[in-house]
Ligand binder design. Structure first.
Ligand SMILES: Cc1cc2nc3c(=O)[nH]c(=O)nc-3n(C[C@H](O)[C@H](O)[C@H](O)COP(=O)(O)OP(=O)(O)OC[C@H]3O[C@@H](n4cnc5c(N)ncnc54)[C@H](O)[C@@H]3O)c2cc1C
Length: 306
């Protein structure tokens, strides 16, 4: 299916609020990839449209061609696959939010799913779109960094797997090339001695984070055997708080060690001042949320359910 989007105003054909674009709705991944190959940098994939449509409406994005992949329903699933949780790129946030296997085995992802935007947005927004948009304010990037997820991209030469640490390459930039489509997100299944938590402060329900922290850790003999920490909306690109991770590695998680980790995360991030707060406020929020998220992850690693 192909269409030209325009409207009639005062008897004259004129463009709608976004710039003019050609619209395609392919029925298969192969067709979508072929269209992407044909149009290259002129084309944009349309998933849930919850970031792309507002950007087009304000003409911050002016794609000449939209390739709507909403008909690719075989990219919408959550399932166990070779020891990982496999999430199809077109899986809606609401699906994650209500998935029992996510609630049971991936509580940090469940934490995030229920604080992303509002129920209306979550009905449309996709996990793949959230990551591909590479917005440092989005919640999935930090969570997937903490989980050490892998992303599967399909392109003309087949599939390739991109480690999450290599996916975010800049401000709203990712490692996908212009002829690739993100198809799957894989999260390794955490062992019994692992725990994770995502804590977000937002000004009001449905808003992006002022700051948020994702912590996934493993406890061994009372000490932190392994840890990964992701931060939301306090850096030009989604980031791991590696200095905080180093402050925790191999140590018992005393209040003093948690404070060191919180301070390290606050010092490493680079928030911008905006209507959500000053740089100082956001750094302090990171310090406190890091400590709280570590405590919650620790409780979960020890078997507490909430
Ligand atoms: C009012 C409002 C509040 C919001 N609050 C939050 C929030 O609190 N937290 C949060 O995380 N997000 C929030 N969002 C953003 C929302 O989660 C978006 O849906 C998400 O950022 C993009 O997902 P999408 O499926 O809508 O992608 P789209 O908007 O369709 O696409 C976004 C970008 O990703 C590309 N893309 C999409 N899918 C693929 C793919 N499979 N392969 C390659 N490229 C692809 C598109 O080409 C586009 O560049 C909010 C949005 C709104 C409107």
């Amino acid at each position: 299916m192909k269409a030209r989007i325009s409207t009639t105003q005062f008897g004259k054909e004129t463009d709608v609020i976004p710039g003019p674009f050609d619209y395609h709705a392919p029925d298969s991944l192969e067709e979508a990839l072929s269209l992407l190959g044909e149009h290259g940098d002129d084309a944009k994939i349309l998933a849930g449209g919850q970031s792309l449509i507002p950007a087009m409406r304000f003409r911050l994005a002016l794609p000449a061609v939209l390739i709507d992949i909403n008909r690719l329903s075989d990219l919408e699933y959550v399932r166990q696959d070779n020891g990982s949780l496999a999430i199809g790129a077109m899986t809606r946030e609401t699906h994650i939010e209500h998935s029992e296997q996510v609630k049971t085995a991936y509580p940090m992802l469940a934490d995030a799913a229920e604080v992303i935007a509002d129920p209306l947005v979550r009905n449309r927004a996709t996990v793949g779109g959230n990551l591909a948009h590479a917005d440092p304010a989005n919640d999935h990037p930090a969570v997937m960094l903490a989980y050490q997820a892998e992303l599967v991209a399909a392109g003309p030469g087949g599939e390739r797997v991109i480690p999450i640490d290599e996916f975010f390459t800049g401000f709203f930039e990712n490692a996908l090339s212009s002829d690739e489509i993100l198809t799957q997100i894989r999260i390794p299944k955490p062992g019994a001695d692992w725990g994770g938590a995502y804590l977000k402060i937002e000004r009001k329900v449905g808003d992006y984070a002022v700051a948020a922290v994702a912590v996934q850790l493993q406890i061994n003999d009372g000490a932190c055997a392994s840890v990964r920490i992701g931060l939301t909306n306090v850096n030009p690109q989604p980031m791991r708080a590696t200095e905080a991770e180093q402050a925790l590695a191999g140590r018992e998680l005393s209040d003093q060690v948690l404070e060191e980790a919180g301070k390290a995360a606050a010092a490493q991030c680079e928030p911008s001042p905006d209507l959500r707060g000053s740089v100082e406020y956001k750094r302090d929020l990171v310090r406190i949320l890091t400590k709280r998220a570590i405590r919650k992850a620790l409780q979960r690693a020890k078997g507490a359910s909430s």
